[in-house]
Design a protein around this ligand. Sequence first.
Ligand SMILES: Cc1ncc(COP(=O)(O)O)c(C=O)c1O
Length: 336
Amino acid sequence: MSSATDIALRHHGDVDATPGLVDLAVNVRAGTPPPWLRDELAAVDLARYPDDRAAREALAAQHGRAVEEVLPVAGAAEAFVLVARALRPRRAVVVHPQFTEPELALRAAGHAVDRVVLEPPFTLDPAVVPEDADLVIVGNPTNPTSVLHPAATLRALRRPGRTVVVDEAFADCVPGEAESLAGERGVVVIRSLTKTWGLAGLRVGYVLADADVIGALADAQPHWAVSSPALAACVACSSARARAEVEAWTHRLAADRAFLADRLSALPGLAVVHPARASFVLARLDRPRAWEPLRSKGFAVRRADTFPGLDEHWIRLAVRDTTTSSALIDALKECL
Ligand SMILES: Cc1ncc(COP(=O)(O)O)c(C=O)c1O
């Protein structure tokens, strides 16, 4: 794979966030991992081979699932590869604009992929998904739009013989994990610990699905794919204390996001996708390629033209504290 399209699909914000710039391109929660989590990970015995039982039990308990319905993975990115390896879709559909790794993983495994490309404001009508699609992948809340689809909309995608995969990598940004299908049978839910807990370098996430699907995904996974520290993170981040920490943060995030979205919306020549529900906002600017002047002003933002359905007028901005957002607004004013 080396076409210009594939190169674009492989672009991620980490490439833009070079040292020295204010990083608004990557959506990892600022100030993470917290010291208590660092300590727990540092205490892990690295000489032993990983054993995922405690992680599976902790994640199952967190989401009210059976242990057989949980599979730890080396980041949500690995889960997409396992889905692509384990399933044999006749017609795979990816709902865009969304994170591009699911489409890339499917294609790398030899599957043709059809796109359903939503228009602003990026709400999903289940009827736009072709009836004969037997694999549908959708993000919730979606990267890069920050749109949170109602759980009922996602449930309406289910059909006999169809696998619905919901990428919930940002579900823990939403107070109470509203609209999450993590506790429900009949769908495949992919979760990540890398953003909220600052573990992008560790690679850790998990899949929640019916036991037969989990079995098939596990068969496609290399042995010991998930490291012992990553498994320890699954246990640590499932604790009541960790859940309370995240829930408190979701409310601060909502306030910081409202601050950013309100000020962005007040700028001429700029419109924010509303309502944003994740740790980032998507904006359309009359001016194309705004990421270039912002970069020269010290801000790395995510160019969004590499997402199917978007073009050079779109940028994605991580939600940070109000001081950082105010500085961004000042820089943007000079660019518009
Ligand atoms: C929507 C979405 N899903 C999944 C991932 C991958 O997550 P992980 O770091 O757990 O592989 C990302 C990373 O940016 C993402 O934005």
